[in-house]
Design a protein around this ligand. Sequence first.
Ligand code: FAD
Length: 637
Amino acid sequence: MDGLKVQVPHENYHQELISCQVACPVHTDARGYVRAIASGDFEAAYLIARGPNPFASICGRICGAPCETACRRGKVPRVDDDGHFVAEDRPVAIRALKRFACEQAGPDSHPTDVVLKKIQLARPSAAANAEEMAALLRAGVEGKFIPAEGQRIAIIGAGPAGLAAGHDLALMGFRPVVFETEPVAAGMLAVGVPAYRLPRDLINREVAVIQALGVEIRCNTTVGKDISFSELRADFDAVIVAVGAKSSRSLGLPGENGPRVYGGVDLLRAVSLGTSLEIGQKVVVIGGGNVAYDVARSVLRQIAYDTARTAARLEATSLVHLVSLEGLEEMPADTVEIMEGDEEGIERWNGWGPLGILRDDEGLVTGVEFRRCLRVYDENRRFSPVYDDQDRKVIPCDTVLLAVGQSPALNFLENGGTDVQMMRPGWPKVDPATLATTADRVFVAGDLAHGTRLLIDAVASGKAVARSVYQSLTGRSITFDAVTSHIVLDRYRRERGYESIRRADIPTLHPSERLVHPDAVVETGFTCAQAMCEASRCLDCGVTPIFDGSRCVLCGGCADVCPTQCLKLVSLAELITNDDLNQAIEQTLGPDIDLTEHSAILKDEDRCIRCALCFMRCPAEAITMERVTTSISWRTL
Ligand SMILES: Cc1cc2nc3c(=O)[nH]c(=O)nc-3n(C[C@H](O)[C@H](O)[C@H](O)COP(=O)(O)OP(=O)(O)OC[C@H]3O[C@@H](n4cnc5c(N)ncnc54)[C@H](O)[C@@H]3O)c2cc1C
């Protein structure tokens, strides 16, 4: 018989089980705020969400939510009343719950000074590490953290990376100044992400809190035009380049250069800022990712709105085509984008690659020719499309929008930044540990540092570069002392029936209401009752049953009562031994024991739903429910 492969819990084992927190690039304790919502403590929920993330409210609306992908609830098997496997459950709707928490207590509903006071006075909760910002402020007051001496830091780009860096630098005692070419701050969040997903006044409120902490933002200031890079290097103690990747990539297709072919992000910028871009009535969007959907859905709204305003018949639907190389299953766009796009009337074409843009004698776009794409990736998941050249088609249109990726524009380095070496054209060489470039006191952050990713990756990068600048300019590093404790929960109980509650659909406007105004926000968000119910689905992975082998009477009651059959009582001889296991056995039972005479309780972490039935059933009080918490105190070294 094959043996059982087991893992012996190591020092950080229980913290690593909180998979939502591990997956978040800024390590937000999602479990902490979701459980706080479940218990009705919305203020605590907001503070936990805001602690490590100055963009918490915005993340509540649009974060790519790696926490949800990692959520253990999405991996637990759902069984029917007879105990038969039905399907895997779905993750907790963490992002929508974050929105709810922020709406209750954050800048969505409170003035800047009130929010500021809340986050500055936040006290540690059960999830103490979450209030990183308050902890940092406290450490400064308590003399454990030696602040910087007001050195001036120039940040180029007021996107999430630049502003997150500015936010943390201000907390550390620097004077950050952010230079932004656009008339508004927040980067792609303000000039890329459409207002129907992210309301503009919410962006302004979130940014206002960052400014109130001491970050100066100079909009309408282009580095390379209004001020040179060499001036910044001369006038400031360090420079952080966080200019993102704003230029739309082209495809080099015949007919691509000329009127009415635009980059997708240029279209989104024009829509966001209310500037004009000549768009026709029949539009082809090339691309299959989230940006392509933002472009297609924005155009659809624009056409519908303009048509309605001119009292013409509303025939916008079916006039916006989205053409993706990938088949439906392989499309990089989120499922919700594809579904909502379909609902709104985007004409989706999967498995077609563009061959050329057709123009008439006057140079006007008349259509795009495509050929069938049979396969996009090879066996090693490398991009390697294969086409059927015989299978072609033309989609007639008068406007083409390309949403096939972006790249950075670093022309400003010509004056004062030639010592910034490139890794490949357009992308600087970066030390991944420090985010330093090859030039003295020049750092990078965000999309420019790691390529286009999610908003929360840019925030994490901005925070990392702030620490790196601190270390570089002060010669001290920021570190923390972590104290992990196991708190025994004598009265631990879960909400009744929490294990069978299905994930709530996030409420949205009916498709017919969405196109009435281009800025009509599609997601309407959870009500209080919906939020508390959805939050109660969280498995609370920070709590875990702990087994005391010395008390166990081997009755097997815990395994019998477990509704997901995650516990198993086995002979030690059945286990495949490894060094950790041998060491654990020797420590508990001594050397040279007969394995067949001893037993172990095995726990399948993927299945455990923290219901505590094993704890309640155990006749020998050998099982305790324990919450694992880590409290962190910052200091300088
Ligand atoms: C259309 C679109 C939709 C997206 N949707 C989502 C989403 O739903 N969820 C998600 O998690 N992520 C999303 N992303 C990704 C996310 O927006 C980015 O990863 C993030 O904005 C990158 O942050 P950044 O600060 O590095 O760069 P940016 O946000 O691009 O900010 C860079 C800033 O630098 C400024 N700048 C550039 N050059 C200069 C100069 N010479 N002088 C002064 N200022 C300059 C720019 O104007 C810009 O404001 C989306 C991206 C796009 C393009």
